[in-house]
Design a protein around this ligand. Sequence first.
Ligand code: VGL
Ligand code: ZN
Length: 254
Amino acid sequence: MYANELEGKTTMKSASHTRRSFLRMTAGTGAALLGGSVTKALASGAINPGASSVLLVIDVQNCFLPKGTLPVEHGDEVVPVINALSKKFENVVLTQDWHTPGHTSFASSHEGKNPFETIELDYGTQVLWPDHCVQGTDDANLAPGLDIPHAQLIIRKGYHSEVDSYSTFLAADKETKTGLTGYLKERGLDDIYVCGLATDFCVAWSALDARAGGMKVSVIEDACRGIDLNGSLDAAWSAMTDAGIARLQSGDFA
Ligand code: VGL
Ligand code: ZN
């Protein structure tokens, strides 16, 4: 596994190959931790989002906050950062992880399996999670502190019981779509800024899919927090950097 990963990092340059390396990395247990090259952001205060820019706020829901069912460490800290950031965007889209009860990504749906173990499903390796973000529960609600009244769309994902969807564009089977690509195209939004939870899962997979779809993509690091399972946070940043995704800070905005 490590040799494959290393080869993936050094010889494969295309977004799809990089992505595959990242998928292997995040899927397996005991994956090696690779040092990511860090692309520093543009000069501080230089960015001014325009009419074709959109802020994607990924999964800032109770389930991923400290009291939730799948808490992301310091996940609550992104809320004020995202609230302030969102004021700089005319266009904002929010997403919600929105699972059926008994969803296939839950460890409790698989006999003898524990959270954070993996399982092989039709579409590949699936990390198993605690039950989280079940449709209609308070756990699945957007964080109450989120204050983005001008958000234009809430897109839900992960509602097909037999397939997970970290990405807000494409489910893990690589076939099932959310419709967000079509929405962004129809509205002429092709300059994508991604923030939210968790950096190394739903944020990264969404950013990589947007990039693979030909959009300009940036991730705002201090407006995200990660889960970091078996080195997945470094792997995610490496994959995103290799795919040509900019790594920004909220202070880089005007
Ligand atoms: C997420 C794990 C499972 C996320 C969602 O929002 O990053 N992670 N479901
Ligand atoms: Zn989920």
